[in-house]
Design a protein around this ligand. Structure first.
Ligand code: PRP
Ligand code: ADE
Length: 178
């Protein structure tokens, strides 16, 4: 069709004022998941970006909870594994954790100690970049495990919150910017 993939994705993002707190404009990606063509467009664009920019990727690392929706689909396309960064207390066995702040609260991110090996090259994926607190925490976890962060990928970037700056020197690839 004549509609671009980015237009298609854009059309499947909704905004809800004052959720979960007053003053937050919540960007909802649920309509993307509900539409196979929109979801395919997201994963296609991510895959094209990875193939164009990285020679070797060992793992995709996804963030709790909405990074879990896109990460495994991309990992399967690239024939690599997927690793979960979860909110504290959800993962069994030995774990490593870091505390962080996000646009509307704070939390603690955790991975299993054996999830990534030193020297592995990883891409971190989430649905949305706001202040960057969440992705920054994931980068810190990778650093603790001596993995190499190749870059971060999100469907949506909220420009005015400057998450991009916070994540430097790591790069952030985003599909839709507000
Ligand atoms: C949201 C979103 C990102 C994060 C972005 O997750 O999915 O992970 O906030 O905000 P930041 O850039 O300011 O850190 P949330 O913690 O609400 O969790 P959820 O995915 O479980 O809903
Ligand atoms: N996570 C942090 N800020 C958000 C927003 N404005 N919409 C959706 N998810 C978010």
């Amino acid at each position: 069709g004549s509609e671009s993939r980015l237009q298609l994705i854009h059309r499947h993002i909704r905004a809800f004022p004052d959720f979960p707190n007053t003053g937050i404009l919540f960007r909802d990606i649920c309509p993307i998941l509900k539409d196979p063509a929109a979801l395919t467009a997201v994963i296609d664009l991510f895959e094209e970006h990875v193939r164009k920019n990285y020679k070797q990727v060992d793992l995709i690392v996804g963030l709790d909870a909405r990074g879990f929706l896109f990460g495994p689909l991309l990992a399967q396309r690239l024939c690599v594994g997927f690793v979960l960064v979860r909110k504290k207390g959800k993962l069994p066995g030995a774990t490593v954790s870091v505390a962080y702040n996000l646009e509307y609260g704070k939390a603690e991110a955790e991975i299993q100690e054996d999830a990534v090996a030193p020297g592995q090259k990883v891409l971190i994926i989430d649905d949305l970049l706001a202040t960057g607190g969440t992705l920054y925490a994931a980068c810190e976890l990778m650093k603790k495990q001596q993995a190499e962060v190749l870059g971060c990928m999100v469907v949506i970037e909220l420009k005015e919150l400057n998450g991009f700056e916070r994540l430097k020197p790591h790069s952030v690839f985003s599909l839709v910017k507000y």
